[in-house]
Every structure is written in C-alpha cells, then in structure tokens.
Design a protein around this ligand. Structure first.
Ligand code: PEP
Ligand code: MN
Length: 337
C-alpha cells in the first residue's frame, strides 16, 4: 500500500507515520516529490489493521497497490528515477548511448572500439566477457581477462563500462572492474542471480526475457530491488514472435507501458531486437521518438570477422552516422545528448 501525505504535511507528521509503520515490523519507503510525500509500505499490510493510519495527522489517503511489484512501481515513486555514473546520468533528461562489441575478443579490439564509440558520442562501453551462447561450442568469452580490458578501456577513455554477468562467480569478479552489471535476456528469471545482483552496489541493466511479459520483467526488477539494490535500468531487446524476418520483434509499446507502470529508466537495444545491421538505425530513431532514455548498439572494428553477432554489428562509420542522425530526435525528445 501507499500512504499519500497532504501537500502541506509537516516533517513531524511524516515521521509519525513512518515510525508507526516500523513499529508494526514493516519498512517504509519515502518518496518526496515537489508537492507531496508518498510513503510506500512493503509487506503484510494486515499488520496495520486497527492502527487508523488513514486518520493520522497529515495523511491524505491510503491506496492499495494491487500489482505484485512494489518498489519498482510508479505508485511508490512517482518521479522518474535517475541513475548516476562517473561521467553521465541515465534518466529523463539525457539520451545515453552504450556501444561496443557483442563479445570482448582481444585487448586491441576493445580499446579500438572504446575510442571509436567515445569519439562518436557514446558515454558507455559495452562488451561481453561471459557470453551466454546458444551452442556450447561457440566462443564463450574471455571472462576475467576481458573484464581487465574493460577496466583499461574505462581508464583510457573515461567511458563508463557495462558487462553481462551469468553467474554468482561472474558477479564477484565483475564488481571489481565495471560500472554496471548486465543481466541478459536468458537470465531474466534466474532468481538466484537476480538476488545476487541485488546484494551489490552497482546499477543493474536488466534485459527483457526472450518471451517475458512486462509484468514478469517488472517482477524480475523487484527481485533485485527487494535484495537491496534499487538502481535498475530496464532494456527492451525484442521478444520472440512468429515473425522470422528479424531475430526478435522489438516491442516499442513497452516504452510507454513501462512509463506508466514504473519509475525505472528504460533503454532499447535495436541490435539484438533485429539481428540485422540495416534495421538498427530506423529502430534506434523510433525508440528515441517513443521516449527511451537510452540505446544499446553493437559495434565492431570489422563486423564480418566478429566472433558473435557480426550481422547486427555496425562499423565505426555507420555508428558515427547513426549518432549524428539521432541528434534532432534527441532534441525533439528534450534530451541532452
Ligand atoms: C548481449 O547484450 O550481448 C546479449 C547477449 O543480449 P540479450 O541478453 O538481450 O540476448
Ligand atoms: Mn550480442
């Protein structure tokens, strides 16, 4: 449930309500807006029965939250969440572009890509050190060696860096080298992994599962948040449909739906959504127009030689052209870029 305070409610009145919630063994979550303060309560609300919280000083109304996700719910936190990094902020006033190779293949490949995407205007470098491949015989990633190259690229360029983690062991390693952990589509409902990511202090980029509904996705975010880490960025990367012309089908409607349901930032990955280089740019533009807070785009120094996802990876020239084409879209959406 949420307790909405009156616009003029005093600090003392807010304190009285939060103390009452704590005395009943529940945890209050405060969200202070310019006008009103909202106090969210997670847990067994029957414990508040008979406490007459609705007539406590300064309380406007008490509203039940029927969705199973609470901390991720926009009702708990009406203001959009902003997530800060060394060099940028992900949120409603910026357009954050993350780019880099599908997999980290070598030190040279990663550093070359880092400088190229930085020059084109990206603020994040992406790259997989643990690759969840469909076939066990495909390249599985450089693991810790790859993470070390990520850190080196971070230091050399000033970019923030993000890497996918596929196990608790990978999390333990990655936290030493990167700014953000990525949980991939195949692990969106790996609840033990979500809980492990929730125990870290790093923001988590949570990709949508291959066939996950938006409610399942928000519940996955809730797992991370309920474990203590509320810094989540959602990434729409296409879902499985009957259509075979593209690798997946990009669900652009997820952007406005998520805006209504959650305060968490939302980015779009048109590379994995389409699997086809030529379709990346039009869908990147569409995502920005539909209100995305950012994009994840795969790039490679030589896509035809890439060890994974070459057909969807852009060359540096193509990436630079895309970044320049996005400028008017970002301006129309009122975002600095
Ligand atoms: C990736 O970003 O490299 C990746 C594997 O993406 P997804 O989990 O969306 O398939
Ligand atoms: Mn990939």
């Amino acid at each position: 449930m949420i307790i909405i305070m009156k616009p003029n409610a005093s600090e003392e009145a807010v304190k009285k309500v939060t103390t009452l919630i704590e005395q009943k063994g529940l945890t209050p979550h405060l969200s202070r807006g310019a006008e009103v303060t909202i106090i969210g309560v997670v847990g067994d609300k029957t414990r508040l029965a008979g406490s007459n919280i609705e007539i406590s000083d300064g309380v406007d109304k008490v509203v039940a939250v029927t969705e199973s996700y609470k901390l991720a719910n926009r009702k708990f936190h009406p203001q959009p969440t902003e997530i800060r990094f060394q060099n940028t902020v992900i949120g409603p006033s910026t357009l954050t572009v993350m780019s880099g190779p599908c997999a980290i293949e070598s030190r040279e490949q990663l550093l070359e890509t880092a400088f190229a995407v930085k020059k084109a205007g990206a603020t994040f470098l992406r790259g997989g050190a643990y690759k969840p491949r469909t076939s066990p015989y495909s390249f599985q990633g450089l693991e810790t060696e790859g993470l070390k190259y990520m850190k080196e690229a971070r230091e050399a360029t000033g970019l923030s860096v993000v890497c996918e983690v596929t196990s608790a062991r990978a999390i333990e390693e990655a936290v030493k080298y990167v700014d953000m952990l990525q949980i991939g589509a195949r692990n969106m409902q790996n609840f033990e992994l979500l809980k492990e990511a929730g125990k870290t202090k790093l923001p988590v980029l949570l990709k949508r599962g291959l066939a996950a509904t938006i409610d399942e996705w928000l519940n996955a975010a809730e797992y991370v948040m309920a474990s203590g880490n509320e810094q989540i960025i959602l990434c729409e990367r296409g879902i499985r449909t009957f259509e075979t012309s593209t690798r997946n089908t990009l669900d652009l409607s997820a952007i406005p739906v998520l805006r209504e349901k959650t305060h968490l930032p939302v980015i779009v990955d048109p590379s994995h959504a389409t699997g086809v280089r030529a379709y990346v740019e039009p869908l990147a533009r569409a995502a920005v127009a539909a209100g995305a807070d950012g994009l994840m785009i795969e790039t490679h120094p030589c896509p035809e030689k890439a060890l994974s996802d070459g057909p969807q990876s852009l060359t540096f020239d193509q990436f630079e052209a895309l970044m320049s084409d996005l400028k008017p879209y970002a301006a129309l959406a009122g975002r600095t870029f």
